[in-house]
Design a binder for this molecule. Structure first.
Ligand code: C2E
Ligand code: MG
Ligand code: MG
Length: 565
């Protein structure tokens, strides 16, 4: 959470106290009371001597007056420390009031004895102004971000604090600007700072009078918007402005730079939340916006809270499952379409917790993919699938294929192929029987590393399949560069082949094209006999789907192998 350790380091300031107004007006009351007391002492006792209530001692009235004036001056300085803007005004008023009282006394009595009191007042006015000015300057320095000139995180917390203690509604937004890492690496920090400054200027220009802008972390900004504005429209304009190209001049060459923006928003004034809670909600919303492609603006609400809680819970489950081996595999058979002969299996990971609750891969795989946990899961699946099928595959004369899925993150890691080949050797699994399924999406990630890994694996006999083919990421030219052995046509295309002529033609073309590229083609998610017949007409090589078999437990898969080998 923003704030964390830094906020612990902050010392207690009267100015930040929630009772600051109470302290301020208490000090004002004391100062006025002291001035009134002073007037009373001067008028009543003048230059006389006051007897003390004990012994035979006495004290000049003017000395008592001096002490009372010191109390008034101290209260005025306190007021300035609590709030230098209002404090200076109240102190000025107190001293004027005092000057008026003293002058009146001098005129009425004709005595010059109070002249030093008058001089004191003028000196104190000067001192309070000086303290006020110094406090304002140091505050401005401490609350300003030096790279952009915007108020910084402490300034933000202070403004948010005061808004939350006021009435009304509003919105607080965190804006995360992405891409600085690459810009700094490619152009240098100097240019990174120029772009950051320009970004800050664009945000401020759009927000204008509608709210306040703060720079809170590396490339994160906070925006406080008033209730009246349509926050989605304003923040949408901010995102457009930030994402528009920024031109920088490097060694006489003009370079267009791009950054991305994601925003998390919390609507808070209604809920009586503390500053920390509001910041936490906004943070959660911003992280969601950054990590999910659903929308660039994410608003904090109860549904998001539940989603985030569920994600955290699943992450915990995955870690525990990896540690205690709660993961297990099911194997879905793949068949040669012509004749229904077994081709092999796709290993599909399953998660069952000891309390019997089952989490579907559709839910936990995307969460694992956001962290490095997916790497551990995939490694576990590969190891287990190869260990379980080593003997059967060897017995089949290398004609059975076991497919495992790998995440986009993994296939683009340099060293991935070495790791797989080491595992194959360690287990003693026939490399020709292993198939690695990469998704279309992984081909748009780091392409160079992916090609190196794929080529290395192919050279050692491992098969490569492109999973979920047809869902829209791969270009044909990319595919032609890759030694892929199998295209897996996605279920979403198969679903409609009976009803949609376009889909039918598309699937037919993909199969034709796959064969031209020397690839075999499998259709996934085949559920109906009619789909089987059409795919047969289109010369599809293999099918995988509920029509012939759902995913099976290991024993059932072995039984199926025994029948067909
Ligand atoms: P996928 O790799 O495309 O796997 C095929 C999914 O389609 C499986 O769902 C399978 O059960 C399902 N399916 C197969 N035939 C049919 C059918 O006829 N009808 C229907 N309705 N569904 C069918 P599952 O097991 O839920 O897996 C979902 C996704 O999770 C997989 O899609 C894959 O992307 C991911 N996944 C599963 N295991 C792993 C793994 O070990 N590693 C990684 N990285 N991802 C995995
Ligand atoms: Mg798959
Ligand atoms: Mg698939």
């Amino acid at each position: 959470m923003r704030g964390g350790k830094d906020s612990d380091r902050r010392f207690f300031r009267l100015a930040d106290s929630k009772y600051r107004n109470l302290y301020l007006y208490l000090a004002f009351a004391v100062s006025i009371l002291a001035v009134v007391c002073n007037g009373f002492i001067s008028n009543r006792f003048g230059n006389s001597v006051l007897p003390l209530p004990f012994g035979d001692y006495s004290i000049p009235a003017s000395s008592v007056s001096g002490v009372v004036q010191a109390v008034s001056a101290t209260s005025c300085i306190l007021m300035v420390i609590i709030d230098y803007k209002t404090g200076v005004k109240l102190a000025f008023f107190t001293f004027l009031f005092s000057i008026f009282g003293i002058s009146r006394g001098i005129i009425a009595t004709g005595s010059m004895a109070s002249i030093p009191g008058l001089a004191n007042c003028i000196i104190f006015i000067f001192v309070t102004f000086l303290i006020g000015y110094q406090l304002e300057a140091s505050d401005r320095f401490a609350l300003t971000d030096s790279s952009t000139g915007l108020p910084n995180r402490y300034g933000f917390e202070r403004v948010l604090n005061s808004r939350l203690s006021g009435i009304g509604r509003g919105y607080v937004a965190y804006l995360h600007v992405g891409g600085f890492h690459d810009l700094n690496a490619n152009l240098g920090r100097k240019y990174g700072n120029i772009i950051l400054k320009e970004t800050a200027a664009r945000i401020s220009a759009i927000i204008g009078e509608r709210g306040d802008v703060f720079k809170i972390e590396g490339a994160e900004f906070a925006i406080i918007l008033s209730e009246e504005c349509n926050y989605e429209s304003v923040l949408g304009q901010v995102i457009d402005a930030v994402e528009a190209p920024i031109e920088v001049d490097k060694n006489g060459i003009s370079i267009k730079c791009f950054v991305s923006a994601n925003v998390g928003v919390a609507d808070f004034y209604d809920r009586h939340l503390s500053t920390d809670e509001v910041m936490m909600c906004t943070d959660v919303a911003m992280n969601y916006a950054v990590n999910h492609d659903e929308s660039k603006i994410c608003t904090y609400n109860d549904a998001l809270k539940a989603k985030v809680a569920r994600t955290t819970e699943i992450e915990k489950m995955i870690k525990e499952a990896l540690e205690k081996e709660y993961f297990y595999l099911q194997y879905q058979p793949q068949f040669i379409l012509d004749g229904k002969k077994l081709r092999g299996f796709e290993a599909l990971v399953r998660l069952r917790m000891p309390d019997g609750s089952v989490v579907s891969p559709g839910e936990f795989i995307p969460i694992a993919e956001k962290t490095d946990l997916i790497l551990e899961i995939d490694r576990y699946v590969r190891h287990r699938a190869m260990t379980e099928f080593k003997e059967i595959c060897s017995r089949s004369g290398d004609s059975l294929v076991v497919s495992v899925n790998v995440s986009a993150k993994e296939i683009s890691n340099l060293g991935f192929s070495d790791e797989v080949l080491d595992m194959i050797r360690e287990i003693g699994f026939p490399a020709e029987c292993l198939e690695i399924e990469i998704t279309e999406y992984s081909l748009v990630q780091s392409m160079e590393n992916t090609i190196i890994n794929i080529q290395d694996l192919r050279e050692h006999g491992v098969k490569i399949a492109v999973d979920d083919f047809g869902t829209g990421y791969t270009s044909l030219s990319q595919l032609l560069n890759l030694p892929v052995s199998l295209l897996k046509i996605d279920k979403s295309l198969i679903d409609n082949i009976e009803d949609s002529e376009i889909n039918r033609d598309f699937v037919k073309t993909v199969i034709y094209m796959g064969h031209l590229m020397n690839c075999e083609v499998i259709s996934e998610g085949v559920e109906k006999e009619r789909q089987l017949r059409l795919l047969n007409q289109f010369d599809c090589d293999f099918i995988q789907g509920f029509v012939w078999s759902r995913p099976l437990d290991y024993d059932a898969a072995v039984e199926l192998c025994d029948q067909s080998i």
